[in-house]
Design a protein around this ligand. Structure first.
Ligand SMILES: [Zn+2]
Length: 243
C-alpha cells in the first residue's frame, strides 16, 4: 500500500503521526468514501478536526479522493476495522545455583507465555490532544500506565480498565474506551494460561497483517514487541472470566 503525500495533512498531523498511520493502515481496512476494502493500492488520509481538540483521520482509496463524513451538520463516522492475533513468547528466568561439587551455574527456566496482539484500527483513527500535541491511541494507553516495550511488567496486578473473558475457543478483551477485540484460541490454551499465570496483551499501531494471517510471524512479532508504538498490559489468569 502506498500513501499519497498531502502537505495539508502532514501540516495538521505532523510527520511522525503520518508515518505511524501510514504503517497502521492495512489492505483489510475499509475506504471511508466508498465503503469497499482498501486493498493493496494507493490511499490518502482525510482529517476531521473534532470539537474536543482531537482529530479523526480516515483512510480512503486515492481514486476516491476524500471521504465526506458530514451529513447535515453531523459527522457520521464509519466503524474502524481492528485486527487481532495470538502468539506465544517465552520468558527466560536465570537462577544462580550451585552444583554438588561447589561450582556455580545458572539454571535457565523457560516459560511460554500467551501473547494477544491487537491493532485497534487499520482505517479510522481518533487522535486525542495532550498539551497541544496530537497523541495516538497507544500513546494514550501509555499515559494511562500501560507498559512500554523493554519495560514490560510480567505478573503485574490486573488493570481495572480491562475486562477479559475466555470461552472454549475464543478470548475477548475489552479495554475501557476502546472496542471489544477477540481472538480464536486453540485447545490447551487454558492450560498454558494457568502455567504462565496469565497472558500479555499488546496494543499496537504496527502492521500485524501477517501475524493475523499466520504467516511471516517472526519479523512482525519482533517489531511489535520492540516498537515504541506498542503498549503492553499483563492480564493475570485469575482476573479472566471463564465462560
Ligand atoms: Zn474508496
Amino acid at each position: 500500500m502506498r500513501l499519497i503525500p498531502d502537505t495539508a495533512v502532514t501540516r495538521e498531523l505532523g510527520e511522525e503521526i503520518v508515518s505511524i498511520l501510514e504503517g497502521a493502515v492495512l489492505p483489510g481496512g475499509d475506504c471511508a468514501a466508498c465503503g469497499r476494502q482498501l486493498g493493496d493500492g494507493a490511499f490518502r488520509l482525510s482529517v476531521y478536526p473534532q470539537p474536543t481538540g482531537g482529530v479523526l483521520v480516515t483512510a480512503v482509496h486515492a481514486t476516491c479522493g476524500t471521504s465526506n463524513l458530514q451529513h447535515g451538520g453531523l459527522l457520521v463516522v464509519p466503524p474502524g476495522t481492528w485486527t487481532a492475533a495470538g502468539a506465544v513468547i517465552t520468558t527466560v528466568k536465570a537462577t544462580p545455583s550451585r552444583t554438588w561439587w561447589g561450582g556455580r551455574r545458572e539454571q535457565l527456566e523457560e516459560t511460554p507465555i500467551p501473547l494477544v496482539i491487537v491493532s485497534p484500527s487499520c482505517d479510522v483513527f481518533y487522535l486525542g490532544r495532550r498539551d497541544g500535541r496530537l497523541i495516538t491511541t497507544v500513546e494514550q494507553l501509555l499515559l494511562e500506565g500501560y507498559d512500554r516495550a523493554g519495560a514490560i511488567r510480567f505478573h503485574a496486578a490486573a488493570r481495572e480498565d480491562l475486562t477479559v473473558s475466555l470461552d472454549t475457543d475464543e478470548l475477548t478483551i475489552s479495554p475501557l474506551f476502546l472496542d471489544e477485540y477477540s481472538v480464536d484460541v486453540r485447545e490447551g490454551f487454558a492450560d498454558m494460561l494457568d502455567v504462565a499465570g496469565g497472558l500479555l496483551l499488546a496494543i499496537t499501531h504496527e502492521p500485524i497483517g501477517a501475524l493475523a494471517a499466520g504467516e511471516g510471524r517472526a519479523a512482525e512479532l519482533e517489531r511489535v514487541t520492540t516498537s515504541p508504538h506498542s503498549a503492553f498490559a499483563w492480564i493475570p489468569a485469575e482476573s479472566i472470566q471463564k465462560g
